[in-house]
Write a protein that binds this ligand. Structure first.
Ligand SMILES: *[C@@H]1O[C@H](CO)[C@@H](O)[C@H](O)[C@H]1NC(C)=O
Ligand SMILES: *[C@@H]1O[C@H](CO)[C@@H](O)[C@H](O)[C@H]1NC(C)=O
Ligand SMILES: *[C@@H]1O[C@H](CO)[C@@H](O)[C@H](O)[C@H]1NC(C)=O
Ligand SMILES: *[C@@H]1O[C@H](CO)[C@@H](O)[C@H](O)[C@H]1NC(C)=O
Length: 256
């Protein structure tokens, strides 16, 4: 084709749809920096991040909520794709000791967000009661049968912080024949007193995310911006030339 004809054709094309905009540039909520795959609900368009990674800033200054969840986000580590969050149902002011939660809570079941998983780096806080046999002496007895939030029903409850890679505590519980729940807490937590439950739970635990699309690669190649395309349910890399690419803005890729 003649060069002049090509130019004429280009002139007839509609303007490139999505030029780079500033809608998704880094936002913050309190001291948290919010960027892909997170987005600031109510302040940014939803294409700035994954649907379930919307951050709802709390006007009262509490840690922000993660969209449609019971998780409040304390910290986001973009470098290793992990979040520190606590579960609001566990940090219940009516139940500071955790006694009422006793044997009812299962964090894996409570976190039905498929893109976020509970990190195996967490330590675990065990609450344990109605045991058929005695637990080892390093399990701290809790004052559950009386006081606020009492729900132990008169039974003796125990608390124990485990940093073993699974195994140990579960075996002791099984040997003693107890009902129990295990709550993930930050690695390095310290259980100093039976009443430490609330403090440990509110420090949160680690979750790791895995979302399709390599945002770092998109941003590293020619100034791309990460987007979520709800229609396609897919990651897109929005490039300075206005094109939307499946992975990066590197030249030679298939262009839509
Ligand atoms: C962020 O702010 C919260 C209070 O909203 C505070 O507890 C926390 O220590 C702060 N984190 C950093 C890294 O400054
Ligand atoms: C990710 O990195 C942060 C900061 O370096 C660290 O505190 C956190 O434990 C790491 N997350 C995981 C899941 O290892
Ligand atoms: C907790 O819930 C998960 C997911 O629903 C399930 O696989 C697991 O067996 C449950 N754990 C306990 C101790 O009930
Ligand atoms: C248990 O709690 C009740 C009510 O709060 C309190 O009076 C009692 O001293 C506590 N017992 C122990 C051993 O801490």
């Amino acid at each position: 084709m003649h060069a002049a004809a090509v130019l004429a054709l280009l002139a007839l094309l509609p303007p490139l749809a999505a030029a780079l905009d500033t809608n998704c540039v880094r936002a913050s909520c309190g001291n948290l920096s919010i960027r892909y795959p997170f987005w600031l609900r109510g302040r940014q368009p939803s294409y700035c991040g994954y649907p379930s990674f919307g951050i709802e800033c709390d006007p009262a200054g509490s840690a922000p909520l993660l969209s449609d969840s019971f998780l409040r986000v304390l910290d986001i580590h973009y470098g290793n794709s992990s979040v520190v969050a606590f579960h609001t149902n566990l940090a219940d002011a009516d139940d500071p000791t955790g006694c009422r939660r006793g044997n009812k809570f299962n964090m894996s079941a409570a976190i039905a967000l498929s893109l976020l998983t509970i990190s195996s780096a967490n330590w675990e806080l065990f609450l344990c009661g109605n045991c058929a046999r005695r637990l080892p002496a390093d399990w701290l007895p809790m004052n559950c049968s009386t006081g606020s939030g009492g729900g132990g029903g008169g039974a003796e409850w125990f608390v124990y912080l485990s940093h073993a890679e699974h195994g140990g505590a579960d075996q002791e519980i099984a040997a003693a024949g107890c009902q129990y729940s295990a709550v993930p807490v930050m690695p390095g937590s310290e259980l100093r007193a039976p009443g430490d439950y609330g403090r440990l739970v509110r420090r949160g635990f680690l979750l790791e995310w895995k979302v399709p699309g390599d945002c770092a690669a998109c941003e590293a190649t020619g100034g791309g911006q990460c987007r979520f395309d709800a229609g396609e349910n897919a990651f897109r890399c929005l490039c300075p030339d206005g094109s939307s690419q499946p992975a990066t803005c590197a030249r030679g890729e298939f262009t839509y």
